[in-house]
Structures are given as structure tokens and as C-alpha cells.
Design a protein around this ligand. Sequence first.
Ligand SMILES: [Fe+2]
Length: 376
Amino acid sequence: MATTVTEQTGSDPRTQFAYDEWMESRGAPVYRGFFVSDVRTIDLGWWAERQCNTAFIQLTGQEGIAEARITEIPPGETLPPYKLAIDEVVYVVSGRGVTRVWSDSESAARTFEWQDHALFLVPHNCQRSFGNMQGDKPVRLLHYSYLPLAMSIVPDPEFFLNNPYPVQIQTSSLYSEAKVISGGGGMRWGGRAPRQDNYWYGNFFPDMRVWDKLDALQHRGAGGKRVSIQFAGSDMSCHMSVFPSRTYKKGHRHGPGRVIIIPGGEGYSLMWPEGEERVIVPWQEAAVFVPPNKWFHQHFNLGAEPARYLALHPLGQFFGRDERVEDRAKDQIEYPNEDPWVRQHFEEELGKRGLTTLMPDEAYQNPNYVWETAKV
Ligand SMILES: [Fe+2]
């Protein structure tokens, strides 16, 4: 089915991003605001072109930069294949299934299976089809790409969705085991600061809920750990943070376009523009939220278990210039400097659950407090 946008040569000027025009004309629901509480259960709508139920997620801070979309696959079914001219990351929200990927220049497809909390990349302009291997429950997938940004450069959906260019990718070499790269070299994310931490390089990560190959992230507090991922052969990247029960991370801010999904845990995040009211984002598994551009945000674990959040990155150009040590003072709030309400609210929320904080008193006194890295 043809897709159209306002013609560049037409009499009507475009009043919104080309991607937004396209997204809104698909007929499927569009979720806006600050968060979606559970993408496993949100209502979806029929998308005739793709022959599936779907929903677009366009939260504040994502517009014009990153696409997030939920696809459902009915029990036992396989969706028709489609192409996308740019790289696409897929996170398995729930279910068990199979992906077939092939380029138009290949005769055979690469096939691999996945289950809940898997993460993989489908390379640009390859055909891909997704199937549900279970007969009793649907699959839900979260798709993430830079389609809004791409359509701002070439405002023609067909260019991205039906491009005959026979990409020269050997899909047979994809989806082998990820490897660790020491020292940060080659990581496409990280602003101007040279990265020195290890990261994972690959196209398939079988279960982000149990992934335990993490490095300590001392500077963000709470004894948290994280893993950074650079998708092989792509500028796309992500990271996942894991932090202990009954603790919270430091408030910080950066650029737009990071779509966060929760693989596991229970808690909330605060998000606020400097000097203004805070938005409270409650979360548990399968919640999605986006910290708006340059808004401070801070993550709180109210559960009995470590919490983890997976942040799908926009391009490194949107990093937001924080994270350099010299910038941290203005883009990160140390515990001794935070509004006392932050701690008070956290302790009240724990109290409602019959729990108490595990944040050490000293962390609120000493800005150089050294966290013991938690066993998470
Ligand atoms: Fe952040």
C-alpha cells in the first residue's frame, strides 16, 4: 500500500515531522506523554500494511529522533516480511519466537530463536519476518530505530520502507556470540569524553533480564552496575543499568531520544526540568519511559530485588554533552546537594511497602562517598 506525505512541492507547508505525518496516518494508536506503564497490556490497533496489531510510542523527548513501536504476533503465526532501509533494534517484551533475516542479494535467510527479554539488531534494508513459536500466547516486540531522524532528511516513507537497493550484507555471519571489547575503543556512544570502560559488541543478546556481565558504575551512585552494548556493524547502541534493592541513583540529565524499557524490578523515576515540578514515573517490568531533553531524572528501586533498566540510545550526536567529569557538577546532582524531598519521598514509598532504605547516611554527607559495588 502506498504511503504519502505532504508533497514538498505542494501548496501546503508541512506542519510536523514527516515521520509524524506517516505515523499518524497508519491508523494505529499513538501513545504520548511521559511513560507507558506496561507495553505487555496496552491496547493496540490494526496496521493493514504490516498485517498485525501495533502501537506507536512517541513520548516527550523522543519526537523527531527515535521511533518506538510495539508489534504483536498472534499465537503460532508468522508476520509478513518487511524491509526498513535503516538499522532496527528489537527487544522481546514477552513471548517466544523466531526471526528470519535475509538480504535481497542472498538466497537463504538467517534464522534465530528468541524468548522474553532478548535483544537483537536487524541490519538496514534486510528483509525480516517475525514468528511466534508458542501456540497459546501472543508475542510482543518493541522496535526501536532512528526513522524519525531519517525521514527528516529524506521525507519519503517509501524510500525507507520499500527501497530496492540490494544491500550487501552476509546475514549468515550475523548473530554469533557477542564479544567484549576492553577499553572502550570504537564505542559509538559517549560524547566527547574518551570511553575507557568495557562494552559488548554483537547483534544478539539472549536475555537482558539475566545478563550479568556488568561493570561497576561508581559515579552514578547506589553501587550500581551497567553494561554497554554496541551493535555490530551499526552506529546503534544501548546500555543497561542494574542497581540494588531499596537504593536510588543520582539525579542527572542529558540529551533526548533514549527510550528506556524495564526488563525487571519495581520502582519509579523522577523527571523534571531544572527548577520545575517533578513528574513521577512508576515502573515495573515492561514499563517504557523517556527522559525529556535536558530534564533531570533519577531512578529509585522500591523492590526486594535488584532493578534493571535498558536504555536504547539515540545516535551519539544526541548524547547531550554531559558525562565529562568537568560537566558533571551541572548535569548530575550529588546526594548531599539534592532536595531533601527526594530522600523523604523515597523513604515514604518504601514505608508503604513495609521496607526501609538501604541508602547509607554517609552518602548524604560526603559527596565523595565511595560505594561498595553491589552484588547485583
Ligand atoms: Fe539518564
